[in-house]
Write a protein that binds this ligand. Structure first.
Ligand code: CU
Length: 155
């Protein structure tokens, strides 16, 4: 009896996996954008173009020689009206939340965690619907000031 029950459960699980696989292949995958962060505190890609509402997956990889607590990067996309300087300053004090300031959440459209040397972090989001330029930056202390930023251009 128990082995019949077991077979039934396995068949049910396989049917579920099959159904999920079908659903995943039926919906469009996000367009992948690969960024690299370096010890020079720069992104290798400083401009991303997207269509309004397009689903994107940003993958940020860090390569460098320093320990993660000394050098790590994230990708934080801001709303047009974000108070950038204040947000960056508060971010630098928000170590517990990977330097993403919870107090400015309403201005953050997408954010990854921190990628240290050899790590990759990612985030899936929809580009804003309103055309224009949206700043993205790294909130690790000092990096924005060093020029670690770019722009998402929505057309
Ligand atoms: Cu950085």
């Amino acid at each position: 009896m128990s082995s019949t029950f077991h077979s039934f459960r396995v068949a049910g699980a396989l049917a579920l996996v099959g159904a999920l696989g079908l659903a995943a292949s039926a919906s469009a995958a996000p367009r992948v954008i690969k960024l690299k962060g370096s010890d020079a505190m720069q992104y290798d890609v400083k401009r991303i173009e997207a269509s309004a509402g397009e689903q994107l997956e940003v993958q940020l990889s860090t390569t460098g020689a320093m320990a993660k607590q000394e050098m790590a990067h994230n990708f934080v996309l801001l709303a047009k009206n974000a108070p950038v300087d204040a947000l960056v300053m508060e971010g630098a004090m928000s170590r517990a939340t990977d330097y993403v300031p919870a107090s400015r959440k309403q201005f953050i459209l997408a954010a990854t965690g921190l990628a240290g040397n050899g790590e990759t972090v990612k985030v899936v989001f929809n580009a804003p619907k309103e055309p224009g330029e949206y700043v993205y930056l790294c909130t690790f202390p000092g990096h924005y000031m060093a020029g670690m930023k770019g722009v998402l251009v929505v057309k």
